[in-house]
Design a binder for this molecule. Structure first.
Ligand SMILES: [Mn+2]
Length: 161
């Protein structure tokens, strides 16, 4: 099953539209939205007609409307989805990796830094799709499509818009 992963769109529907014009995005059967800004997840769900699993970012206030974390079971894998600011991701991924282990997740998805990451740390695949609208690692924003199959390692594709 292919899932789309996007974060930190910060209210830019035009960047989400650009993302959705990619054929990789069309293949996503489900989306994960890692926070900032919550309303963009509503927009994504509306235009794709797909389920969008979402968490709150540090810029999503007032708090309480969205959860800080979600765990998602797909094709024999468990994903911890969270924005990342609560785990200090600007200073390393150790806390996030431990949180994933604590909930039995083999994959952790976060955002917040606006820098795309794909790293395997101690048995946990940790990914950040980067920011679709305000990248800090390149001129153009990025998102990811992850292919999840039972008993296989996830295959991650990063796409620059
Ligand atoms: Mn943020």
């Amino acid at each position: 099953m292919k899932i789309g992963i996007v974060s930190d769109s910060h209210g830019s529907y035009s960047h989400l539209d650009l993302m959705l014009s990619h054929k990789d995005a069309e293949q996503a059967e489900l989306w994960l939205f890692a926070g900032d800004i919550a309303m963009d997840a509503d927009y994504l769900a509306m235009v794709t007609d797909k389920e969008v699993i979402r968490v709150a970012g540090n810029n999503d206030w007032p708090g309480g409307r969205l959860p800080d974390y979600e765990t998602v079971d797909i094709a024999g894998h468990t994903i911890l989805l969270t924005h990342g600011h609560l785990f200090g991701v600007n200073f390393g991924l150790k806390n996030l990796q431990q949180a994933a282990l604590d909930v039995g997740a083999d994959i952790a998805v976060y955002g917040h830094t606006h820098v795309a990451v794909e790293e395997n740390i101690g048995g946990v695949l940790i990914v950040n799709p980067g920011s679709i609208a305000r990248p800090r690692d390149a001129a153009n924003g990025s998102f990811m499509v992850m292919d999840l199959q039972p008993d296989k390692s996830p295959v991650v594709k990063r796409i620059r818009i």
